[in-house]
Ligand binder design. Structure first.
Ligand code: NAP
Length: 242
């Protein structure tokens, strides 16, 4: 069995990524932080489509929780390892910099960037030893172009891109690839407070994207055939590049 871990797999983009990896034959570890009911729904969707999935709750920003959950998983699956990691868990807590609270800055950085570090570091050793791995980090248009009110979020997502490029160089000799997918506006809970009517005029495709359209890009990087593609950022934004 090949295993894939998707952080934040309970809802939105993460759920669509879980479903597409399961359809591609992976046994999927569905991570979530709080929303067990949504994570169960993701698992049930996968099972109903003939796939395999298990829940793996932990808070990506808590190093001890990450290590404990993954230690336990490895003990329960001797000889197995996670060969595909999708660092998708993320939050936004927007505010203008002048009003930004320490908690807003820290919470977003700890979840979106430190979470990537804790989970990736924990799983990397096995990928390097087995000489195969795929790491896909979900960044954002905001990390590429910037966005008013999102200095914390943009910093976390731009940080992910820098980390992706450096890590890609470190691990390429061991046949581990590291890439980013950068969504624009996608219809999920995260964007439920944003009115599409206010933005779709500046999106060349004329609409927000769907989670499965982001999952298609993740699946591409996760594939065995994408073996010579690393350190890249693939935008999924309906043509909105500024
Ligand atoms: P979403 O619908 O709000 O779902 C967020 C997911 O992240 C949930 O599964 C949530 O778990 C999980 N999560 C949050 N904090 C976590 C933590 N500390 N530990 C573990 N899991 C945690 O968001 P989405 O729109 O699908 O976004 C997914 C990723 O795409 C994020 O990284 C986001 O920044 C990025 N992105 C989204 C858009 C967009 O337009 N939607 C655009 C660009 C980039 P619970 O269910 O347990 O809360």
């Amino acid at each position: 069995m090949k295993y894939a871990l998707v952080t934040g797999g309970s809802r939105g983009i993460g759920r669509a990524v879980c479903q597409s990896l399961a359809k591609a034959g992976y046994s999927v570890l569905v991570n979530y932080a709080r929303n067990r009911e949504a994570a169960e729904q993701t698992r049930e969707l996968i099972l109903s489509e003939g796939g395999s999935a298990e829940l793996l709750p932990f808070n990506v920003s808590n190093k001890n929780e990450v290590d404990k959950a993954l230690d336990l998983w490895e003990t329960e699956h001797p000889g197995e390892y996670v060969s595909v990691l999708v660092n998708n868990a993320g939050i936004r807590e927007d505010n203008l910099m002048v009003f930004m609270q320490d908690e807003q800055w820290n919470h977003v950085l700890e979840t979106n960037l430190f979470g990537f570090f804790y989970v990736t570091r924990r799983l990397l050793k096995n990928m390097l030893t087995k000489r195969y791995g795929r790491i896909i980090n979900i960044t954002s248009l905001s990390g590429l172009t910037g966005m008013q009110g999102q200095t914390n979020y943009s910093a976390s997502k731009a940080g992910l891109i820098g980390a992706t490029r450096s890590l890609a160089m470190e691990v390429a000799p061991r046949k581990v690839t590291v890439n980013c997918v950068a969504p624009g506006f996608i219809e999920t809970d995260m964007t439920s407070d944003i009115d599409p009517e206010q933005h779709k005029g500046r999106i060349p495709a004329g609409r927000f994207g769907k989670p499965h359209e982001v999952a298609a890009a993740v699946l591409f990087f996760a594939g065995e055939n994408a073996s010579y593609i690393t350190g890249q950022v693939l935008s999924v934004n309906g043509g909105l590049h500024t």
